[in-house]
Design a protein around this ligand. Structure first.
Ligand SMILES: Cc1cc2nc3c(=O)[nH]c(=O)nc-3n(C[C@H](O)[C@H](O)[C@H](O)COP(=O)(O)O)c2cc1C
Length: 388
């Protein structure tokens, strides 16, 4: 393996971009798993706009500044992270690459960036906390039963999760044609076609056999034994109430002692309500273009929300970010921090256990290059480089 070294950041030079990782992931995993990861809703307009509209943002260099000693270190919720980006919560990670959630949690910890564990992924809260020495954040899908909600929150508290993330942008199942065709809609089906796709990806099949069938580890205590796939979908549908109105957020604010973040904010109105509810942060997100094809890309509301409320609440963003320059553009538009979902999963699917370290090193290297190039000393200085 050829390795590129830059200030202890090592990555495999065969894959110097997220697009390279995406292409490799597509070759390595069954089509139904790749399309679950890669696809968006409906005609995938929102998915494509997320990245293309970030890329309309331009930065201005300050070449005549003294050469700055630039640093990517960024303070967030009382912790100094090594870079201004983190790993967004993704469900069913073990389906895309066996053990992907553990691979990414470990890599995030080693690189000192945040990892957010999804309620519906294949590692438990307790295990994620163990792997990250209590640094993993937890994203809660809202349970219908208050007793389940309280139990999960108590577990996250006992595991010393510093940040709880509530999701507000999944009031419905997104209409995703590829998943529907592949039988990955709820309830999921293992079709003959899917079985044939698995046979065509022996490495994935072997690793999956080695690690065993992925399970919803955090939800195990609430699931009946011997649930078959058909009933799993119906059970999940009953376990979670999808809409997240203010009345459901307020009691969680009272229960949760750590930092509380709302993910899926897309308008100034919801940002203002989050502030009134006493939340500590918001993630401006459209779920990576998986829910509302007719919606805006995230960079537009991010700019308006950061401008209006950036001094009252931490404003973060995800959806569409695929490179160091994309992270830089997003910070220049006023984000305090950024997250990515697919980029890291492409890395894990492409390179297995090396995928976490590779993807983080690559993004750090790219971002550092932009900072040196434009003369940006700290990540909070990016807005001063925005071309108006
Ligand atoms: C396959 C997949 C599964 C996801 N599952 C969850 C989830 O369980 N919880 C959640 O809050 N967000 C989930 N998301 C959304 C991500 O957290 C994030 O908002 C999105 O991936 C950002 O867009 P990007 O993939 O373009 O970076 C998922 C995204 C993908 C691609």
């Amino acid at each position: 393996m050829r390795v590129h070294k830059m200030k202890n950041l090592e990555y495999n030079t065969k894959y110097p971009s997220i697009e390279d990782l995406r292409n490799r992931a597509k070759q390595r995993i069954p089509r139904f798993a790749f399309e679950y990861l890669d696809g968006g809703c409906n005609e995938e307009i929102n998915l494509r706009k997320n990245t293309s509209e970030i890329r309309e943002v331009e930065l201005q260099p300050k070449y005549l500044n003294a050469n700055p000693n630039s640093s990517m270190k960024t303070e967030l919720f009382g912790h100094e992270y090594d870079a201004p980006f983190g790993i967004a919560p993704v469900g069913l990670q073990g389906l895309m690459w066996p053990n992907a959630s553990e691979i990414l949690a470990k890599a995030a910890f080693e690189h000192n960036i945040p990892f957010i564990l999804s309620t519906v992924t294949t590692t438990s809260i307790e295990r994620a906390s163990e792997l990250t020495e209590g640094r993993a954040w937890f994203q809660l899908y809202h349970p219908t039963e208050n007793s389940v909600r309280d139990d999960i929150i108590a577990r996250a508290q006992a595991a010393e999760c510093p940040v709880l993330v509530l999701l507000c942008d999944v009031p419905t199942f997104g209409f995703r044609p590829k998943e529907i065709k592949n039988g990955l809609s709820m309830p999921p089906k293992m079709t003959v076609n899917n079985m044939l796709q698995i046979l065509g990806k022996p490495r994935w099949a072997l690793e999956t056999l080695k690690h065993g069938q992925p399970n919803f580890e955090t939800l195990r205590p609430y699931m009946p034994n011997n649930l078959n796939l058909k009933h799993l979908g119906l059970f999940m549908d009953r376990l979670f109430s999808k809409r997240m109105p203010e009345e459901k957020i307020a009691p969680i604010r009272d229960l949760w002692k750590g930092k509380l973040v709302l993910k899926g904010v897309a308008t100034e109105e919801d940002a203002e309500r989050a502030i009134k509810l006493g939340l500590d942060g918001i993630i401006v997100s459209n779920h990576g273009g998986r829910q509302l094809d007719a919606g805006e890309s995230t960079i537009k509301p991010l700019t308006r929300i950061a401008d209006k409320y950036g001094d009252q609440i931490k404003v973060m963003m995800d959806s569409g970010i695929r490179s160091g320059p994309d992270i830089a553009r997003t910070l220049a538009c006023g984000a305090d921090f950024t997250f990515m979902g697919r980029s890291f999963m492409y890395g894990a699917a492409a390179l297995g256990k090396e995928g976490g370290n590779h993807t983080i090193s690559l993004l750090k290297t790219q971002l550092q290059q932009v900072m040196h190039q434009i003369g940006c000393e700290r990540t909070s200085d990016f807005p001063g480089h925005l071309k108006m």
